[in-house]
Ligand binder design. Sequence first.
Ligand code: EPZ
Length: 417
Amino acid sequence: MPKLVINGAKKLRGEIRIHGAKNSTLPLMAASLVCGGECVLHNCPSLSDVDTSIRILRYLGCSVTSSEGSVAIDPASADHFDIPDHLMREMRSSIIFLGAIVSRMGRAVLSFPGGCELGPRPIDLHLSALRKMGVVIDEDHGCLNCSVPNGLKGAVISLSFPSVGATENILIAAVLAKGTTVVNNAAREPEICDLADFLNSCGAKIRGAGESTIVVEGVKSLTGCEHDVIPDRIAAATYLAAAAATGSVLTVKNVVPRHLEPIIPVLEESGCRLEMDGDRIRISAPPRLKRIKNVRTMPYPGFPTDAQAPVMAMASVAEGTSVFVENIFESRYKHVGELLRLGANIKVEGRVAIVEGVDHLSGAAVEATDLRGGAALVIAGLAAQGRTQITGLHHLDRGYEKIESNLARLGADIVRI
Ligand code: EPZ
């Protein structure tokens, strides 16, 4: 099985261009189904999750071509309303296609998305919102059988939790619904704004994206459009954490500094100096990081749960005790066991992880447990003395474009074999 081999304790240097956001590309590709013409998405990352979404769109009958980071989708020939089980299982977030398929086809048959490495991934908020908009959903034998006998209609929806996916499903279902939809306690992530910008470029009427209340006035039809996907703030955070953990000076470019505001103070608290310059952030790390008193993951604009594992890897070699509280997912500490094998000193009590910084980590053979946990192992391997081998690369390839060649170009001693 393929693995990454890292000879650690080497500094990084230079500049890296951050790829387009995975968590924006996926909902944008689903949303193209409700458009009335061809959509071209630029700055799409080449990731396995994007490939899976392309396979889902092609299965649904859309014509999809991709080249050099641009994906062109023409939904005109869509003639299916189901997603086969194996594709549902391949990508947890394929639930994001539900609103789009129902809106375009009037029906949808999806298997219940299984759990994933982060624990059960309930979709109750998605289903209750779509039911309010007129979708009849029968759940039996692990299958969601959806229809809209009277068409989609606008509704007032108050989310008990600002779910990113549920907010996206609602927006996509609402743009062609009859009447107005109001989403209260909507997710405020930058990816929500990107989706709203894309749909508004196609003629939708969405106001308030990025705030807790979003209003959508249904329109008769949408056109296609061309759209640049926003940069991946989590990939940026990951490379910044790698620079911090290895005492490096590094520039990440093609970022939106505002999207990283929840993370910058944490990096500064650890002793790193950050300079923003347009779409660039330059980080200079100290020889030894200071502990981070308290990292609590929260919905945006709070500290992002996806950056928890990469920042924990960095904190594991800081001086002093750092405390993490994971408030979003119920089991997002699977990477701790593997970090311990590298010599980290971490105790997990429920949602709290106590990280006692150690002088240095030591290379070992470890296995990625999930996407961001895998990123944490790469960061730890880069900082560790000696040789680290990382398996489970399919997790990493879901969310990081060419991670080993990017890091090698920055001076890391890393190969994929
Ligand atoms: C999106 O997942 C991201 N994925 C996740 O990134 C990210 O961690 C998450 O948002 C939070 O920011 C994509 O955008 C493809 P949620 P999503 O709905 O939409 C609970 C990565 O590493 N919940 O905001 O699934 C849920 O169990 C991935 O790139 C319900 O209870 O996140 C979780 O505890 C991992 N019922 C919490 O809300 C529901 O109906 C946050 O989920 C939906 C969610």
